[in-house]
Design a protein around this ligand. Structure first.
Ligand SMILES: *Cc1c(COP(=O)(O)O)cnc(C)c1O
Length: 377
């Protein structure tokens, strides 16, 4: 009998190299929000994304989104278009700067920003005399959004795109890495993400000046002077050298983690392909390459979703409904929404399944037993 320890949706998975970098930080007394690991982690990420990209390591993905809005000059009273189906951290920073979110539905294939609903929103807001200041697109669960269509709209209406790639490091679209599509892009290294620094994030830009400006704002906006001199409001958003050490170790295993998450996805896809009416989130065609950060399935009904979730829970296996769309959240429901019921339907019938890169064969056996007795007995 295998042990009945809890199986988590997605838990931190150390590669082994992390402690070496953290130890170096201790040995050299770089226990600070700057230092060789911060620079090293940024260099590693730049090498991974392509050296034409500039990376600023920050304290969280949320901080990176806040800085992205500030760097684009989004101010109080401005409007920002945002994918509704996402984690709240995609939308909260819009409120930090006093701007107004306008939420957009998803399409059925990638579950991300629907280009048709996006264009309807753009036309309507512009007709109302309020051109949005930015568009926030998310690659949900690692699945790239329909970037060709979305970039074309960003260009057509001259509105910059912020790419929330918090869940999609290791994914790509038409051969280009997620995290490199936006006027500004962000990554997250929170504990449950594909790689972690315990907590952390990054801003990605193709412009070194923008990176320098991001770091300036992230380190309390200190002017050049022997004393502490400030002409602007600053933030304490830089990544610590300890966290960056964990990140450097994690970069050594990123590709391996992506391969393992994709294997978990294949396990679920093989099973649910046999179940009438269910659909695992999968790559629509060869243009899409997902890190499959989380595997997720849409079931026949809300009732079936809940019954399956509880069947897993009874066996100490964590699953979770899909992200509840922002336009249905009490904190955001007063804001405008464009689209239909795609995101709402996905939320009603969808379930995220255990997807960690550290799942063992016996974990998969336990998961399979629940699935088989639920669907095939
Ligand atoms: C995790 C996440 C964030 C926020 O990242 P943190 O590092 O936790 O602040 C933002 N957007 C999405 C889609 C996320 O999944």
């Amino acid at each position: 009998m295998t042990s009945f320890s809890k199986i988590w949706l997605s838990s931190p998975h150390m590669g082994g190299g992390e402690q070496k970098f953290v130890q170096q930080a201790f040995d050299s007394n770089w226990v600070a929000p700057l230092g060789p690991n911060v620079t090293g982690f940024e260099t590693d990420l730049q090498a991974y994304l392509g050296n034409e990209h500039q990376v600023a390591a920050l304290s969280s993905g949320t901080a990176a989104l806040h800085l992205a809005l500030l760097l684009l000059g989004v101010q109080a009273g401005d409007e920002v278009l945002c994918q509704s189906m996402t984690f709240s951290a995609s939308a909260n920073p819009i409120r930090y700067v006093g701007a107004t979110p306008v939420f957009i539905d998803s399409e059925n294939e990638t579950w991300n920003l629907c280009p048709i609903a996006l264009e309807a929103a753009l036309l309507d807001r512009i007709a109302n005399g309020k051109t949005p200041k930015a568009i926030i697109v998310v690659h949900l669960y690692g699945m790239p959004a329909k970037m060709t269509e979305i970039l074309a709209l960003s260009k057509k209406y001259a509105i910059p795109l912020i790419e929330d790639s918090a869940e999609a490091l290791g994914s790509s679209y038409k051969g280009q890495k997620c995290g490199t599509f936006g006027a500004l892009s962000i990554l997250s290294f929170n504990g449950n993400k594909i790689i972690t620094t315990s907590g952390g994030g990054a801003l990605v830009t193709s412009d070194l000046k923008v990176k320098e400006r991001a770091i300036f704002l992230a380190t309390q906006a200190r002017d050049e002077a022997p004393h502490y001199q400030h002409s602007e409001v600053g933030y304490n958003y830089r990544m610590s050298n300890i966290c960056a050490g964990i990140g450097r170790g994690q970069m050594e295993v990123l590709d391996a983690h992506v391969a393992l998450r994709r294997k978990a996805h294949q396990f679920y896809k093989d099973f649910f392909d046999r179940q009438e009416g269910t659909q695992v989130l999968h790559e629509p065609n060869m243009d899409f390459y997902s890190n499959h950060w989380l595997s997720a399935v849409v079931l026949n009904s809300f009732e079936e979703r809940e019954a399956l979730r509880l069947a897993f829970e009874a066996q100490a296996i964590e699953t979770r409904p899909l992200w509840k769309p922002m336009h249905l959240q009490p904190v955001f429901e007063k804001y405008a929404f464009y689209g239909g019921t795609t995101a709402a339907d996905l939320f009603a019938k969808g379930l995220c399944l255990p997807s960690g890169s550290n799942l063992t064969d016996s974990d998969f056996e336990r998961i399979a037993q629940v699935l088989i007795s639920f669907f095939e007995k």
